[in-house]
Design a protein around this ligand. Sequence first.
Ligand SMILES: Cc1ncc(COP(=O)(O)O)c(C=O)c1O
Length: 457
Amino acid sequence: MTDWDALRKDFPALAGAPGAPGPVYLDSACMSLAPRAVLDAIAEYYSEYPGCAGRSLHRFAEEVGHRYEGAREAFARFLGAPSPAGIVFLRNATEAINLVARGLDWKRGDRVLITDQEHNSNLVVWQRLADERGLRVEHLRLPPDGSFDLEALDDHLRTGVRLVSFFHTSNLDGRSLPVREITEHAHRRGAEVLIDGCQAAPHQRVDLGALGVDYYALSLHKMLGPSGTGLLAGPPETLGKLSPLITGGETVEWTTLTEHRLRPPPHRFEAGLQNYAGVLGAAAGLRYLERVGLEDVETHDRSVNARATRALEDEPRVHLLGPPDPAHRASIYSFTLDGVDPSDAALFLDEGYRVMVRSGMHCVHSWYRERSLPGSIRASFYLYTSSADIDTFVAGVHELLERIPGTKPPSSRSPVARSRRQSARRPTREPVSGTSARTAPSPDARAAGAPGPSAGS
Ligand SMILES: Cc1ncc(COP(=O)(O)O)c(C=O)c1O
């Protein structure tokens, strides 16, 4: 049995300043915290074998090469991938999706099907390819209750879709799609399947062999790894059909002044000196995750999500996004508050309660804009999230609601909204030392062109 509270000591970022309460980190869907084992693996690389793999023959290079390929094997096993040759290390999931999107040999008029709830990482590249290469991008609209309509999928597939590119678990509301069934339906109609697994792979067992997808993208910085690490997985023969995004050193078997021959996957996609420290750190994160056990992590995520859901479900001014049952929302609790701008809520929770949540459009601007919503507040959980974290978060939301009289949501430009924002920034608890002077621009200021945090991923 995992001692979830004891495990928190492995995460240095949760410690906080000496004598002060630690932070309440509820933004793991953006980036997870790293356990000490990951920091140690990075330091070990730089202090014990800081070489470049696959080039030099000396002992540093040998050692790092051995460990780098060992990491590839570990991720292949973890994902149930057919072979380590089907694991390409990249900077992030965005790069993985771009590699597929830009690597396929599109013909004008080829169709790509995405949902209406994709992260910009799985949207913008398709819009650009529509302009650049004449792709036709179709949208499958998802019902708000979290269900999935296979018949609606079939209606699109019947028109000759070449690639289905969907999220596995949504970063917006935590719903998961039935990837195996989607893949079966798509393959039956001759379409390939690319899955954005960013929010699924860190939280649930993903077996690529059983899912049968052609391409699976994920970020390792959402599963305990260092920032700027991700991968693309797929059967090597499928990956072999893709043109590399960039080429150069390490991607070729040989060159002459006029020609070259690409190496087989995965190396043809890993151009130039790689992020060895990052990948070895990510592999240490994976070992940590496997020691705890992904099944236990999933149960833990659900239990803290259920605690938050139960605590706020009778509050009429809290509007949850996605499926009501926390068991169907994995690690995400995303909501709007009547009369409160999401960014103000996030600032209030951080300054008054040390609670770090995400606010804005979570890189799914298309979804919010279609509904004329200014965004939502998203709390996201992971194995280090404690019941006490949830209780602090809930207390913060309650205090915020008490301070803001309930009316219909004010326009962000109205003076009433502005004065509410002023009061929202003054929680009753003493702000954590050092944060009270923070001057994040208000949404009004941002609308007027001031630089501010992007409504990003
Ligand atoms: C569903 C989803 N897709 C893609 C991304 C982008 O991931 P990365 O930053 O690794 O490119 C994110 C990041 O939040 C995400 O949640």
